[in-house]
Write a protein that binds this ligand. Structure first.
Ligand code: GZL
Length: 333
């Protein structure tokens, strides 16, 4: 009896050891499947203008969030509102041999040399948010950003409707512009001017550069009120930061923003939307900062050698006192 049990245990141990040796041999001899080599990944160099507005901060956050989501390594540089810092950053990206360069150009001119260096290095360049003008063609692959001209048109079309509803026969407008020579400034001004050109009621008294920043918006509004006082019917401001700077100045002059002076703005950040809901701003044309998804998908297409569209415009809305604003959800920037 005992012998039979010993034999059974012996046979079982023998089978287990054979199975163990077999599995060890297969593990050692197992070839790495070449398809499973770790992905070297994509390295994107991104030069951001700075942090001049809630819009810009929202744009930066979205770029970073989407880079992580799409597993793209990001070399991010903040130019602190200086073109020379953007040019230096692009040169660093070239030296680092990134796969793709993306940047939001603070102004339209002065990019030819550094973009020629990127082209000669074989690195594709994506424009994000704003456009550039260069002597040489083909220095950039595509532009991903808002249609600023249409934003200006939407602002002008709102004003025509507002003048109709108020029964105005003359409309005196002051304009606080964004950074001179930037795409949003040029095109928001052109779109607005073209939209009101056929309406004889409309008169732009003066345009002053507010550089997209709050303090300058306040200074511009102060200058306008000192110059024109209660002649002013409308202030058209190229972004919310400058608008939010101008509103307290209107109030300090004893005037009611949104009533004595119609206030038209662009961007659509939470702070400005809250003021719109209070009735101190009459219209905000949306300019979405959420460009990260389109940027990362374009980066991947370029890395895969696919062709991409020359221009990608996001859809954008208009928020105004013509609508039920209670339904407007949180803006996220
Ligand atoms: C628009 C962007 C502008 C925003 C401003 O796409 O370039 O720059 O409207 C920001 O808030 O400063």
């Amino acid at each position: 009896m005992k012998n039979r049990i010993r034999n059974k245990i012996g046979r079982t141990l023998c089978v287990i050891s054979i199975l163990l040796i077999a599995s060890l041999l297969s593990a050692c001899g197992k070839k790495e499947n070449p398809q499973e080599e770790p992905d070297p990944g994509i390295l994107l160099g991104f030069s951001q203008i700075g942090s001049e507005s809630a819009w810009r901060v929202g744009n930066t956050n979205d770029i970073m969030k989407k880079a992580e989501e799409y597993k793209i390594s990001l070399m991010f540089e903040d130019a602190k509102q200086k073109q020379e810092n953007q040019i230096a950053a692009i040169r660093r990206f070239i030296a680092y041999k990134v796969d793709v360069i993306a940047f939001s150009p603070i102004v339209e001119d002065g990019w030819d040399n550094v973009l020629l260096e990127a082209k000669n290095a074989g690195i594709p360049v994506i424009l994000v948010d704003r456009d550039i003008s260069t002597e040489e063609e083909g220095l950039t692959t595509c532009l991903i950003g808002a249609d600023f001209y249409q934003e200006g048109v939407k602002a002008g079309e709102y004003l025509i409707r507002k003048a109709d509803s108020l029964g105005l026969d003359r409309v005196n407008i002051v304009e606080i512009t964004g950074t001179v020579n930037s795409t949003p400034m040029r095109q928001r001004q052109a779109g607005f001017a073209d939209a009101i050109a056929g309406d004889e009621r409309m008169h732009v008294l003066e345009s002053i550069d507010g550089d997209f920043i709050k303090s300058r918006g306040a200074e511009c509004m102060k200058m306008f009120l000192e110059e024109y006082g209660d002649e002013i019917d409308v202030v058209y401001s190229h972004n919310d930061e400058m608008t939010l700077g101008a509103i307290p100045v209107i109030e300090e002059a004893g005037l009611v923003p949104g009533k004595d002076i119609v206030v038209i703005s662009i961007d659509g950040g939470q702070d400005a939307i809250d003021v719109l809901k209070q009735g101190k701003i009459n219209c905000i044309v949306e300019c979405t900062p959420r460009l990260g998804k389109e940027v990362m998908e374009t980066v991947i297409r370029l890395k895969n050698g696919e062709t991409v569209e020359k221009t990608i415009h996001p859809d954008e809305a208009v928020f105004s006192d013509e609508q039920d604003l209670t339904k407007l959800g949180p803006r996220g920037y």
